[in-house]
Each structure stands twice: as C-alpha cells, then as structure tokens.
Design a protein around this ligand. Structure first.
Ligand code: AMP
Ligand code: MG
Length: 529
C-alpha cells in the first residue's frame, strides 16, 4: 500500500466549526468563522532536507516511505490527497501587550487531522505554504534559516521532555524568498522552505480572543465547546462550569510548560497571545534562543530589545498576563468574574510548586521544603550570576562535584569552574562564592546520605548535556544554505538524546565560542523569517 494511503484523515476541526463563506487566498477580515479553506501554493522543486524519525513513527509511516518523492510533494503542499481539508485558522492576539486585531494563519496551511499510531488526532500543518486570507501584506512564505530553527528546536524540545508542537519534515521549495533579515534596508533572496508541523491542535489563546473582541459569542462558544470535547476529556461536555474548568486546565498546562522552559534555559522570544497554545505546548519557534551564560534579562529578539518584555526571567509573569487575556475572552461565556479569577489563581500555585520541584531535582534534593534547601536553590541562581557562567554546563557538572568531606575545596569546585566564561579573570571574592556553594551543596548531600551514583543518574536526567545552542543552529543554517544538510542531520541526531553523553560529541558540550557572542543569528534575531 502506498504510504500516502496510510494517512487516515478525520477532520474534526473543519467538520465541526463554522467556515469562512468566501474562497481564495485574498487578504480579508473573516467574520463568524474559525477558518478559511485555502490551498497551498504549488512550488517548483521540493527537496527533503530533514525528517524526524520519531514523528514519522508517531504517524505510522516508515521514514523511507516519506523520502519518496510523491510524499515529499505532499509535504511541500504540491499534492492534495483524498481526505485532506486544507485550511487556515482565524485568530487574533495581543502582540507585545497590545491588541492587534485579526492575525490568523498567514502562512501556515493545515492539511487536516490524521490519526496517529495511538489513535489520537494530529493536525498536519505546512508552515510557509503560501498566502491565505490572513496574510495581510506578507507573502505567506518561510525561509530555510527560520525553518531549520523551527524544525530542529521543536524536536529538541520534545526529546528534552518539554511540551511542544512537533516537526515531521523540512523541505526546500526550490524558490527564492526575499527577506530583510534585520529590518535594516538590506533585503536579500533566501532559499524558501516548508516545515510540516504536527500537533493535536494548533488552537491558540488568540483563537478565542478574536471572537470575544468582535462580540461574536456564538462562534466563541462553538470553539470553546469543541475544544473541551476534543482536547479535554477530563471536562464533561455538559458541565455548566466547563469554561472555567477549561481555563484552569490551560493555566496549569501553561505553568508546567514555563517551568520546563526555565529548567532547560529556553527563551521563546515572542510570547504574544497568538503564540500561546491552548494545550500548553511550546508553539511558533521564531526568534527564540537558549541561554548560554545564565542571564535572566536576556532575550534574543531584537524587535523586543528596548523593553525586553519577553526576556527569560519574565516568562512566568508574561504567561500569567496572557492567561488573563484568555480569561477575558472566555468571560462572555461565564459572565462571572470570581470563578475565572479562581481558575487563574491555579497558575501561580502550579507554577510555584512546579518550580520548586524542578529546582529540587536539578540540585539533587528531595524537595525545597526547608528554608535551607530553598536558599540553596536561590544561591545556585545567584552563583550563576556572580560571573558569566554557562547554565547548561554548570548544572550538568554539579552532579559530578565530589561530596567527600576530605576533598580540598579548590578541587571540589573545579567542575563548576569549567562553566565560567573567562575564569582566569575571576576575583578572589567571586571564586569564594563558587567554592562556598560547592561546599554547602556537598555538605547537604552528605547529610542526605544518598548513593553518589544514584544521585548523579537522577540529576543527569533533568540537567541536559546538550541543548540547541544558538550558534549551533546558525552553523547548520550556513551549511544548509550552501546546499549541505549534514549538520542539520547531525544536530537532529545529537538532540535526540540530550541527557546522554555521546562519544565523539564533546565539542557540543562546551562553552559558546567567542565568535558567537554577538553574531547575528546567534545572539540577535528578529521576527523576520
Ligand atoms: P509570528 O510573529 O510569526 O507569530 O506571526 C504573527 C502573525 O503574522 C501571524 O498571523 C502569522 O501568520 C503572520 N505572518 C508572519 N509571517 C508571515 C508571512 N511571511 N506571510 C504571511 N503572514 C505572516
Ligand atoms: Mg505566530
């Protein structure tokens, strides 16, 4: 049987929800509808650059079947299959704190929902597949640079254990797309590309906001009921309090996601409400970045350089702000403030508990319940900011710190010092801060009396050895733009097992090279993609 026939479509979203009465991809305001039917643009010469083995397995298709040209054509949007219902969703959003009106899938075209090997619905979506009614004045396309970043990062996040949308494939289109990468008057042609994203639902907070903003409570209710029925089995469809229950669930899932971002050092970069998934998945990989040196004030997004609204350490507060917007959007269905406020309250509670548990695990402690252990967590973050210190290496090396009482202080602290950028320039005071921390931590571990090896294994399961450092993605992009996809493949493979030490790959477990410190694409990214 052809692999194409293995895709069993069951399009609940388009079947159950109201559609735009108009056809075609002309830009317009779409009212009273959750989506518009639209066809992907045909592209000249689609070539598969990379494929996620795990995502293909999830869909029940063998990788060599996906590599067949007929399947590549499907993944480029060139070849409609029976059962597909191609469409773009209507949503709005708050961008950088301000209501932005209708946004919608301006360059993402969903093919439809397929059943995965577990019987769960998965929406397949082609990002960069051409204009839609939501494209406004933009072209509906995506470039290779940003597509590699989305493809690699969503799979890396999955393997790190962070909730995320997935990526099945990355194809180049054989066409050029012009972009002004830094918005500074230097447009250049770049290779066009399409990522096939996969998630049970791509519904965002903004899908609800647009109907509330327009006073379209009927469509709002339809979308909310559909979301509860299809994605939240724990909520009864006829529960009179179902919209409040929905908000609480979304708040809790969002809190869990943010805790995971903080654990691994991920900065989303554009936490607008149109980029917040109703399932608590990391979604829309644009100018995101990874902390090399731990700096809670850092954001990679040059578009946000002034206010740094979406900086690493502000993400928990922004998620809450975004949830308030979702609560406002659901208000017309509830018409009471208190229950919504109560549901929102679960965000902070869940976040604080989750953060404590996460930090305890990173430190190899059972909990942070005692003031002393809580202080240890705060100390760890303070030590990380004493001097420029690599977050990933610091946490990973902590598990290797020797806890024996007899060990010389300067020997004990040595693993942590390997995480410091420019360690030769440290002052004596700075060194003492590191040394004291290592000593305190070791003393606490001696008291707890756990087996050293067991502790190391459990700490290494939450402190990754490899993350998608910004410069690594950039190197892969530069090679791929020259037609060589080998590094994309290599990074995809590396990040498949981020917690496991991999032979021959020590250079990926190293301080960020100096050249990458201020390089465009490594430390500075714009929304241009
Ligand atoms: P983003 O900042 O990438 O989350 O995008 C915000 C909005 O702009 C979404 O509605 C996108 O679909 C839309 N958008 C971004 N880039 C393009 C593009 N090249 N063509 C059409 N729409 C776009
Ligand atoms: Mg977006």
């Amino acid at each position: 049987m052809s692999a194409l026939k293995k895709l069993r479509f069951d399009n609940r979203f388009t079947r159950s929800l109201p559609s735009d009465g108009l056809e075609g991809s002309g830009s317009r305001q779409v009212v009273g509808a959750c989506y518009s039917r639209v066809e992907p643009a045909v592209v000249r010469n689609p070539q598969l650059v990379a494929l996620s083995l795990e995502t293909s397995e999830l869909l029940g298709i063998a990788p060599n079947e996906i590599r067949q040209q007929e399947f590549v054509e499907v993944l480029a949007g060139n070849y409609p299959l029976a059962g597909m219902d191609t469409h773009a969703a209507c949503y709005g959003g708050h961008q950088f704190g301000h209501w932005a009106g209708q946004l919608g899938d301006g360059r993402a075209i969903a093919l439809g929902e397929v059943l995965d090997v577990n019987g769960r619905h998965q929406m397949l979506q082609l990002k960069g597949a051409g204009p839609t009614p939501y494209s406004r004045s933009a072209d509906g396309l995506a470039v290779l640079r940003s597509s590699i970043r989305e493809f690699l990062c969503s799979e890396a996040m999955h393997h790190l254990g962070v909730p995320t949308t997935r990526a099945l494939s990355l194809v180049t289109t054989g066409e050029e797309v012009t972009r002004d990468m830094l918005y500074n008057g230097n447009p250049r042609p770049e290779p066009g590309a399409i990522v096939c994203r996969v998630a049970p639902s791509f519904v965002r907070f903004g899908n609800f906001e647009i109907f509330a903003a327009r006073g379209d409570h009927e469509t709002l209710k339809q979308l909310a009921d559909f979301t509860v029925a299809t994605e939240f089995p724990e909520i009864e469809n006829d529960d009179p309090d179902r919209y409040v229950a929905l908000l609480r669930q979304v708040a809790e899932r969002t809190a869990d996601m943010i805790v995971e971002w903080l654990r691994v050092g991920f900065v989303h970069g554009v936490m607008n409400t149109d980029n917040m998934s109703i399932l608590g998945l990391t979604i829309d990989y644009g100018p995101y970045g990874w902390l090399d040196n731990y700096d809670p004030d850092w954001t990679p997004n040059t578009t946000d350089a002034q206010n740094r609204r979406y900086r690493f350490g502000n993400q928990p507060a922004i998620a809450q702000w975004n949830l308030v917007q979702l609560a406002n959007a659901l208000f017309p269905l509830v018409e009471k403030v208190e229950p919504l406020q109560e549901a929102l309250g679960h965000y902070l509670h869940r976040f604080e508990n989750g953060w404590s548990q996460m930090m305890a695990k990173k430190l190899g402690l059972p909990t942070l319940d005692t003031p002393r252990d809580k202080t240890m967590a705060e100390d760890a973050l303070a030590v990380l900011q004493t001097a420029e210190t690599d977050m990933t290496i610091f946490w990973r090396e902590l598990s290797g710190v020797n806890c024996d009482e007899s060990i010389e202080k300067s020997v004990r602290v040595e693993p942590l010092m390997t995480a410091v950028y420019g360690r030769d320039g440290l002052s004596e005071d700075q060194k003492v801060i590191f040394t004291d921390f290592a000593d305190n931590w070791a003393a606490r571990q001696r008291e707890l009396g756990a087996d050293d090896e067991q502790r190391r294994v459990s700490m290494n399961a939450v402190n990754p050895r490899y993350v998608l450092r910004n410069y690594m993605a950039q190197l892969a992009i530069e090679q791929a733009e020259q037609g060589d996809g080998a590094l994309v493949e290599e990074l995809l493979d590396l990040l498949r097992s981020p917690y496991t030490e991999q032979t021959g790959r020590d250079h990926y477990y190293a301080l960020r090279p100096d050249w990458a410190r201020t390089k465009v694409g490594c430390s500075q990214l714009s929304c241009s993609s």
